[in-house]
Write a protein that binds this ligand. Structure first.
Ligand code: NAG
Ligand code: NAG
Ligand code: NAG
Ligand code: NAG
Ligand code: NAG
Ligand code: NAG
Ligand code: NAG
Ligand code: NAG
Ligand code: NAG
Length: 404
């Protein structure tokens, strides 16, 4: 498990022709800065649960989460397509492992048609997960290959990406996604521990009907196998089909799961779609999965698609508590006083009328993700940051010298 591989204090990657003065200044900034009494957000991130809209004022409450994992796939896709060499195409899963930053793992495994419970098996392959633009939407693409000649040894080529960390126990998980309009796939964003502890948001593209603007999403607290086997889960309250108020294939929207003790909330653009409780609510640590698949099962995914279908993910933001004793001790150590100013940061919410929170990443701000598994800044922007603070210092020092 790659959890305990956190970045050390950041040092500049390269210091071209550094003068002694620069080195000294760097030393000052990085080595001898007095320890701050408090860093922003060191006691965690606060989520508004059950909707932040005025209509639910009496019903929403707050939950604190100690850990953070934010991934801005759209920015990575833009950098990759611009040929930013400081930002290799596959840095998320290859280079970053070296940099000891937690991230995501592309999956490679095959399911026979018996295991997949469909007309076809499924071939999860890493080349079906990558950066790029699908229909001009930039982000991480999870592709289901379409067309008869795409089926390989009876398997449909499909895609899956999992978080490296497996210790997410309670959290608010948010994915900004654009779903494929191509019929015959299942696009899923879910939290997973095992086949009976799973929280799912699933889109079946064959069920979308543009002529009556019908766009269902399936919200499930149980195994995919059970749902596909045709169990009547709807009676148990662990399966809900909700009609979205928008076309999920037309634009990006934020899909969100709040996994809390004994309660789960599902959202689209910050509006609650469903809330579930009871014994089916999981109680284990788990991880996040993005998946796009098809196995020809006419009761679920349908398909396989007749052309390539892309699920495009622009970001995932996860704020959560860790099940590991180490991370709990880390939190206690870095959070001497949760009531101190800015010790706790509120997570801004995307709403149907205000999407500005989509652009907010705590990890874009120096000092708001102390000792977290952030992985966001490219080398370029990181060194820009370091260099601008050096230039700032030089100006300051220079100005001071002139004033003297
Ligand atoms: C981090 O934040 C704290 C409190 O907001 C501040 O005192 C400190 O100077 C900041 N440190 C850096 C390196 O920005
Ligand atoms: C969530 O809000 C709805 C109304 O907006 C309310 O009926 C429900 O009881 C709330 N749930 C919780 C757990 O507070
Ligand atoms: C997460 O952990 C913190 C620190 O232990 C705790 O205060 C908070 O209530 C926990 N959140 C949930 C949802 O249990
Ligand atoms: C999946 O099956 C394909 C085709 O038979 C094979 O080339 C590939 O190596 C298999 N992948 C794994 C992870 O076993
Ligand atoms: C999943 O984990 C729970 C808790 O450990 C366990 O009770 C359950 O049997 C497991 N389910 C499966 C399918 O292994
Ligand atoms: C879509 O909805 C329209 C209007 O309700 C209906 O006539 C049509 O049969 C539906 N299409 C499919 C594929 O179900
Ligand atoms: C639209 O058509 C689908 C069938 O394609 C049907 O299941 C659904 O109930 C219809 N929705 C509305 C709002 O009429
Ligand atoms: C930061 O996190 C790591 C990994 O959990 C831990 O080993 C380290 O002690 C933490 N540092 C601080 C200052 O909390
Ligand atoms: C839109 O959302 C942002 C982030 O949550 C918030 O700061 C801003 O005040 C909101 N704007 C309006 C007009 O409500």
């Amino acid at each position: 498990m790659g959890l305990l591989q956190l970045p050390q204090r950041r040092h500049p990657v390269a210091a071209p022709s550094a003068t002694i003065l620069l080195t000294a200044v760097l030393f000052l900034i990085l080595g001898y800065a007095p320890p701050a009494a408090y860093a922003d957000c060191e006691c965690g991130y606060l989520a508004i649960i059950n909707g932040s809209g005025a209509s639910s004022d009496h019903h929403h409450h707050r939950a604190l989460f100690t850990d953070l994992l934010e991934t801005n796939f759209a920015r990575r896709a833009a950098a990759a397509s611009a040929g930013d060499t400081g930002f290799p195409k596959n840095s998320l899963w290859e280079e970053e492992k070296e940099k000891r930053v937690a991230g995501w793992v592309r999956q490679a495994f095959n399911l026979t048609r018996e295991r997949a419970r469909g007309e076809y098996g499924e071939m999860f392959a890493i080349e079906n997960v990558g950066y790029g633009a699908a229909e001009e939407a930039l982000g991480l693409q999870l592709v289901v290959r379409g067309g008869d000649d795409e089926v390989i040894d009876g398997m449909v080529p499909v895609a899956e990406l999992d978080t490296r960390r497996l210790d997410l126990m309670w959290g608010t998980f948010r994915a900004m996604m654009k779903v494929s309009p191509v019929k015959g796939t299942c696009a899923a964003f879910f939290w997973y521990f095992n086949d009976t502890q799973e929280i799912d948001m699933e889109f079946l593209s064959k069920d979308f009907n543009a002529s009556n603007r019908s766009y269902p999403i399936n919200l499930v607290l149980q195994s995919r196998e059970a749902a596909m086997a045709g169990y009547d889960a709807s009676a148990t309250g662990n399966f809900v089909r909700v009609f979205l108020p928008f076309d999920p294939t037309e634009d990006f929207h934020e899909y969100r799961i709040d996994y809390l003790p004994a309660r789960v909330f599902f959202y689209a653009d910050g509006e609650v779609l469903a809330e579930m409780d009871g014994p089916a609510v999981p109680s284990s640590p788990g991880h996040l999965i993005l998946q796009h698949w098809s196995n020809g099962n006419k009761y679920w995914s349908g398909g396989p698609p007749t052309e390539d279908a892309s699920l495009v993910v622009s970001y995932v933001k996860a704020y959560f508590n860790s099940s590991t004793a180490q991370r709990q001790r880390d939190w206690e150590a870095r959070c001497p006083d949760p009531t101190a100013p800015n010790a706790v940061c509120e997570i801004p919410d995307v709403t149907p009328t205000n999407r500005s929170a989509a652009a907010w990443f705590f990890s874009d701000h120096a000092n708001m993700t102390n000792n977290q598994t952030v992985s966001e800044q490219s080398k370029a922007s990181r060194s820009t940051e370091v260099w601008s603070s050096i230039i700032g210092w030089l100006l300051l020092v220079g100005g001071y010298a002139i004033a003297l």
